[in-house]
Design a protein around this ligand. Structure first.
Ligand code: ACM
Length: 653
């Protein structure tokens, strides 16, 4: 990281080169922008959006925004660049801010858009209440060209407004690929004019019209964001089979699925009807989505229906395919041949990795980072999502540590160049439109930084400090991550207690929730696990404070104890109130049980902070910790439990 001590170094993603200077540029009503080089509507609109946010933040109205001479911020682009963003576009920029004004220079408009976001992040409130941008010289360009967010509209439908506001938030952290997961077992969420029966199966629960898709693509392009559509085949495809059962591997009465998991239904790739339908529908989609890349899924075919089909078994034998993987590879070659005339390169989840997969394709690594390196060694381009799954509730630090090209990578420079970047996927089994942004932000900003910034930018504490600031600034983009949970139907006092309880827990990690709760499209998504942040800042700060306290020599502890006790008391009061609330169903009963456990943990911790635990009490507390480690029906966990365990262990000696 090249930076001097910074006045308000809240930038995220961190730029490639930062050179802080003395002083600051005051932001007041006289602020004006001059477009000095290439000028076009996209650049003006991008500046306009930035000024809207600046006005809102600073509570100022600029009046006329643009001037022909002078100007507080001078924006100089050499070229328009591609109006429809492409992989590898030059997104670089330089930004110089001084007391007298600011200069933003970029080869292309997209670089200027990236630089405007940096400029906005520099603007902070000063002690006297006025606003200013710190003086600095920044030279910046991304480390990776593919920095994505995957939105799953197939499970819980995400309407266009969710997608639009997330485009603004993505742009704020310099992400440049929106991956739309459009079809799955639970939904066919894209209008087909050629085959309207396909999307008709989801007509009641949400379909993106082609007009809406075109508006999304246009808004994305305005922000320098590519849109990559995904049509998951041959598995995760029950919604196709609901209107086209003739392309299934096994005859069944197919309806759109309402529950989650790796389901058996899969297309029969050997049928001419399958090829005909895919060829026709994909041609329509190839025209709708202009990006060069076309994601065909390819994940999680468990093979059961293929094995159950005599026809498929005979086909494999006839073609000398010993495994389902070989048949899958044959199918993918057909898809590649189908899409090449449309100018498309395929993207597939890492199951597509096979020697016969065309080398023009991109392997999307999700089961582990190894497939990304293997793909690059075998000549494929690749992107990383393993480690970035927002829906699995990994802390930002874990995602931050997942580097597509780690320092110990064994790849040659030629192979390393095939690693294009990554995407943060947000699968929507457990998130509807009310919750969706809450799961994405701010953690996706840590992924955005990993993909934009230099590998050496990896100070976790500093990342969290900046993430907290970005969390606030993202509100300006319209993203609704702070508007959830709402606690409708609860009294204000109960809602306040529930909010505190929710802040002391996190949803269970990885795929555990599906093992505790049934979920499904009918599940109301309005209980403790839905209200809890994937990563609770208060719970983790408490754990860190307790660990620090435990490391202190005994004589220094008394003075540091109060903050811990205050925190425990607040949790205890809230949890005791929640424990008294009615439990109308088993999920609410799980919440009540969670609250009871928190009361008991707080009581024991308060005791252990003051004095050693007597032997019988120590044994009881040991059992309490063991019980608390097993999730209740509420499917949440206490992130500070390991730290409490250490406190109890020490107090029991
Ligand atoms: C996936 O998560 N099944 C790609």
């Amino acid at each position: 990281m090249t930076s001097n001590a910074a006045p308000a170094a809240n930038l995220m993603p961190w730029p490639a080169h930062v050179d802080w200077r003395d002083g600051a540029l005051a932001i007041d009503a006289a602020f004006r922008v001059r477009v000095a080089g290439h000028d076009d509507a996209r650049l003006r609109a991008g500046i306009g959006r930035a000024l809207d946010r600046l006005e809102k933040r600073a509570g100022i109205t600029f009046g006329p925004r643009f001037v022909a001479s002078g100007g507080t911020l001078v924006v100089t682009c050499e070229n328009a660049g591609s109006s429809l963003p492409k992989l590898g576009d030059d997104e670089s920029y330089t930004l110089a801010v001084g007391a007298a004004g600011a200069e933003l220079r970029a080869p292309n408009v997209v670089g200027a858009l990236r630089g405007l976001e940096t400029f906005l992040q520099l603007v902070e409130k000063r002690a006297d209440g006025s606003f200013a941008a710190a003086s600095v010289v920044i030279e910046d360009a991304p480390r990776f060209p593919w920095r994505g967010l995957m939105i799953d509209v197939a499970r819980h439908f995400q309407p266009p407004e969710v997608i639009h506001r997330n485009l603004d938030a993505m742009a704020a952290v310099k992400m440049n690929v929106l991956h739309l997961h459009l079809t799955d077992d639970q939904g066919f969420r894209i209008e087909s004019k050629r085959h309207p029966e396909l999307h008709a199966v989801s007509a009641g629960s949400g379909v993106l019209t082609q007009e809406q898709v075109r508006a999304i693509i246009a808004a994305a392009a305005e922000r320098g964001i590519r849109v990559v559509p995904e049509f998951d085949v041959p598995g995760h495809a029950t919604a196709w089979l609901a209107s086209h059962p003739e392309i299934a591997s096994v005859p069944r009465n197919y309806t759109v699925a309402k529950d989650w998991g790796v389901l058996n239904p899969v297309m029969d790739p050997t049928k001419l009807e399958t090829e005909a339908l895919l060829s026709s529908f994909f041609a329509e989609m190839a025209a709708l989505f202009p990006d060069e890349f076309f994601h065909i899924g390819g994940d999680e075919n468990n093979g059961k229906d293929w094995n159950a089909s005599e026809r498929i078994t005979a086909f494999k034998k006839g073609h000398g395919f010993a495994t389902n993987e070989a048949l899958h590879a044959w199918f993918n070659q057909k898809l590649a041949a189908m899409m090449t005339p449309h100018g498309k390169r395929l993207v597939g989840w890492d199951e597509v990795l096979h020697p016969d997969f065309p080398r023009s394709a991109v392997v999307h690594s999700w089961r582990g980072p190894e497939s990304l390196a293997q793909a690059a060694q075998q000549g494929f381009a690749g992107i990383l999502s393993a480690g970035y799954y927002l829906d699995l509730h990994y802390p930002a630090a874990d995602a931050y540590a997942a580097d597509p090209l780690p320092a110990d990578s064994k790849l040659t420079p030629e192979q390393a160049a095939r690693v294009l970047g990554g995407e943060a996927p947000m699968w929507s089994e457990w998130a509807d439109a009310r919750i969706y942004d809450f799961r994405i932000w701010p953690r996706a900003a840590a992924v955005a930084e990993r993909l934009w910034s230099l590998r050496e930018v990896r100070d976790v504490a500093d990342m969290y400090r900046r993430l907290a600031r970005i969390d606030e600034l993202l509100v300006e983009t319209g993203v609704q991550h702070r508007a959830w949970p709402r606690f409708e139907g609860f009294s204000p006092e109960d809602a306040a207690a529930l909010r505190v309880l929710a802040s002391a827990v996190e949803p269970v990690k990885r795929y555990q929730r599906g093992q505790i709760q049934k979920g499904g499209l009918d599940y109301p998504l309005n209980e403790l696990a839905d209200w809890a942040h994937s990563e609770s800042r208060p719970a983790r700060e408490f754990a860190a404070r307790l660990e620090t306290w435990l490391a202190l020599p005994t004589e220094k502890r008394a003075g540091e104890r109060d903050a811990l006790l205050t925190n425990l008391a607040a949790w205890r009061v809230a949890a005791a109130r929640v424990a008294q609330m009615p439990a109308p169903d088993k999920y609410a009963a799980g919440r009540i049980e969670t609250a009871r456990r928190l009361v008991a943990l707080c009581d024991a911790a308060e005791h252990a902070l003051h004095a050693p635990l007597p032997v019988d009490e120590a044994a009881r507390v040991g059992e309490l910790v063991k019980t608390a480690a097993k999730p209740t029906a509420a499917a949440v966990e206490f992130p500070f439990l390991p730290a409490l365990g250490r406190l109890f262990a020490e107090a029991s000696r």
